[in-house]
Design a binder for this molecule. Structure first.
Ligand SMILES: [Ca+2]
Ligand SMILES: [Ca+2]
Length: 316
């Protein structure tokens, strides 16, 4: 190879090397120019932020989540919130076979007895059934006995439910105890309480409403309560049902006379009672939002019940 040929080959080699460097340089930054020229909308950092997701505010009372407290409100083993609430605006009052009047409770699908279940009502039930416990016959206080038109007491939650079953079969309707929330609706505080919350969590939460209104002390003859000078009534034990002024729906003795069993659990081993009794006189105990409790098989001369009938099941 002569000198000229060597020089020519070197020049050719240099040209080829330069071409390779240029190609290689392009491969070392692939997509570089494309990325820089991409529209801004393609970049997450430049995209508008997604709309904020605001979690819904919890509606139930936080008390409901305290350890050891009941978590559910049930009615005949169904969550109360799942029970359809039918309009009763067209439901009409009626009087049943025992001569007891029932009135609609707005916001519910029931009619409620205007009276607590009377001694004479329970006597009819006991006469028609064998094996009914006789404790109700022995109810008395400081020697004062009951008349046939007094609320039956010394009856357990289980006794009251059996009475409802007997009356349902007798009349072909659905009688039962009121749910805790239905009782609140009848007492005029249902719209201020969450029907899904437990009775326990609502105990005395509304601190300014009594069965007669908001004032304290109560007006004379507001109901049959305990005997203290500021609560004047004429009965030291139970009184005939309907002896005192009714509430706005025409229902008597929601406050006082006998405590009233409701369907609901207060805890797994107790049931709810509403309305205070002929023995109670403390302001806290007389609040419409007050819940008391007792063993479902427990009997006490403070405790009675009233029944409701389901609309659309022959009752309205
Ligand atoms: Ca009294
Ligand atoms: Ca009562």
């Amino acid at each position: 190879m002569n000198r000229f040929t060597k020089i020519l080959l070197c020049l050719l080699a240099l040209l080829m090397a330069g071409f390779a460097v240029t190609r290689c340089g392009q491969r070392t930054r692939p997509n570089g120019p494309d990325r820089l020229n991409a529209p801004h909308s393609a970049y997450s950092a430049s995209a508008p932020p997604p709309p904020a997701v605001v979690p819904p505010r919890p509606q139930l009372s936080t008390k409901n989540n305290e350890p050891g407290t009941p978590q559910r409100v049930t009615l005949n083993d169904q969550p109360l919130a799942n029970i359809p609430q039918l309009s009763v605006t067209r439901a009409r009052s009626f009087t049943n076979s025992l001569g007891v009047k029932f009135v609609p409770v707005p916001g519910s699908n029931i009619l409620m007895s205007i009276w607590e279940t009377r001694v004479q009502d329970y006597a009819s039930y006991a006469a028609a059934n064998s094996g009914v416990d006789d404790a109700w016959k022995d109810a008395e206080f400081i020697g004062i006995k009951q008349g046939p038109d007094h609320p039956v007491v010394n009856v357990s939650w289980e006794d009251a439910r059996l009475f409802c079953q007997w009356l349902s079969k007798k009349e072909g309707k659905i009688y039962r105890l009121p749910a805790d929330h239905e009782w609140s609706l009848a007492a005029g505080i249902g719209n201020r309480e969450d029907p899904r919350a437990s009775p326990f969590s609502k105990d005395r939460e509304i601190k300014d409403v009594f069965p007669w209104g908001t004032q304290w002390p109560p007006p004379r003859y507001a109901g049959n309560y305990g005997s203290i000078p500021s609560i004047l009534d004429e009965h030291r034990f139970t009184s005939p049902v309907g002896s005192y002024a009714p509430g706005k729906l025409g229902i008597y003795d929601l406050g006082g006379n006998a405590y009233e069993w409701c369907e609901d659990e207060y805890s797994s081993s107790s049931r709810v009672l509403r309305g205070a009794s002929w023995l109670n006189f403390k302001p806290d105990d007389l609040l419409s939002s007050r819940r008391s409790l007792n063993d479902p098989s427990g009997r006490d001369i403070l405790n009675g019940f009233r029944v409701v009938v389901v609309v659309g099941a022959g009752g309205g």
